[in-house]
Design a protein around this ligand. Sequence first.
Ligand code: ADP
Length: 455
Amino acid sequence: SEQNFDVVIIGSGGAGFSAAITAKNAGANVVIIEKMPTVGGNSLITGGQMNVPGNWVQKKMGIEDSIDLFVKDTLKGGDYLGDPEMVQILAEQALPAAEWLRDYIKVDFYKDQLFQFGGHSVKRALIPRNHTGAEWISKFMAKTDELQIPIHTRTTATALIKDQSGRVIGVEAEKNGQQITYYAKRGVIMATGGFGANVAMRTKYVPELDNRYGTTNARGIMGDGIVMAEKLNAKTHNMESIQTYPICHIDTGVISLIADSRFFGAIVVNKEGHRFVEELERRDVISRAILAQTNQQAYVLWGGEIEDIAGVVGVHKDEFGELNRKGMMFKADSIEELAGKFGIDEKALMAQVGRVNQFAKAGDDKEFNHRGGLKTIMKPPFYMLVAKPSVHHTMGGLMTDTHTRVLDTQGKVIAGLFAAGEVTGMTHGSNRLGGNAITDITVFGRIAGKEAAAK
Ligand code: ADP
């Protein structure tokens, strides 16, 4: 069968939704196609924090920040391999994008709390309600309902269609074994996410990342958009930059949100009871450090002081229940008891915690110079979970210009084809900083929607 729209958006993550809603509001007739039975992709399963320099919570908390500082942190965090022009747009458009999410999409951000992820100079990440991407995906759903934007799930895009001039005019898709042709009068937006769940594709670029590693990704994240665009001679960039997330469940590979206590001062130790890395170091650094420890595992430890501020066990009750049942996380009245549960060297751990408490009180971490400042771990109950790294984010992908138009290997625009989100390889360089993906997909999703809708 055949369907006709102005703009066809492939993928229903944050980038796809941002693009679809923006295109619709610009007067285009749009459709989202999504291969999975449910929407949201990786965007649904993230913590959902979003870096926004100069945001309203920073103002309220008296935190000084600037577009320049965010640009600097982001470029440095990516070893200066991100595109400076795109990073500048990311930084400048972050606040308008966040205000749009707050005021128009009705995403509920905490009003007096911010996250500081590794590599950021200040606390600048807004936190959605319940610390999960589900907050904004559910609000995006409500908005697409209101705007009557159709979402065709279980519909897999298989190829892009061009006309004789080379312009992209539509998408071939498959639903339940049936072929559907979607024609797009104005443009196709690729928002299919990265390729973190595709072992063959990721080992093609980084042989080490084979199936010994789990992945934090949703099942649909197989690099389809990159493959489809490459058939039209699209240029890819930075494909070997693949990020692992350091703290994940050791069995499923799923990212541990409860261990976000780390951003509030929880420490990371090994089986020998020692800290071995600064807990707010870059993800790649922490991941590599964990893989160098006994059993390639680490243990995250915190107590009542941190839980009172972070509230992670309260917020992520399901995760606690699951990990606890599996023997992968415990709550106890003493640290000795936790050491016993995991077979960690108790004496060494108690000595380590003693040092942490001293450093916390003195405001000076003499071992690893913790950039957020350590907190004491003295007040029960205490919490500990075991973790290891998973493949998390693929920084590389399609190249676009500043209008999100996909470029070919000659650096020329492929007419009619736009891309936004993890499918692109523009902003993060060698290493995406925490909280930057949400900013990236919202900012460039909005630009793609506007550009594709323009006649
Ligand atoms: P981003 O963060 O860039 O928005 P996500 O991972 O959140 O990316 O979302 C990408 C979405 O695209 C996922 O829901 C995924 O299932 C979907 N997707 C991937 N490949 C295809 C395809 N070939 N056809 C339709 N949808 C796809």
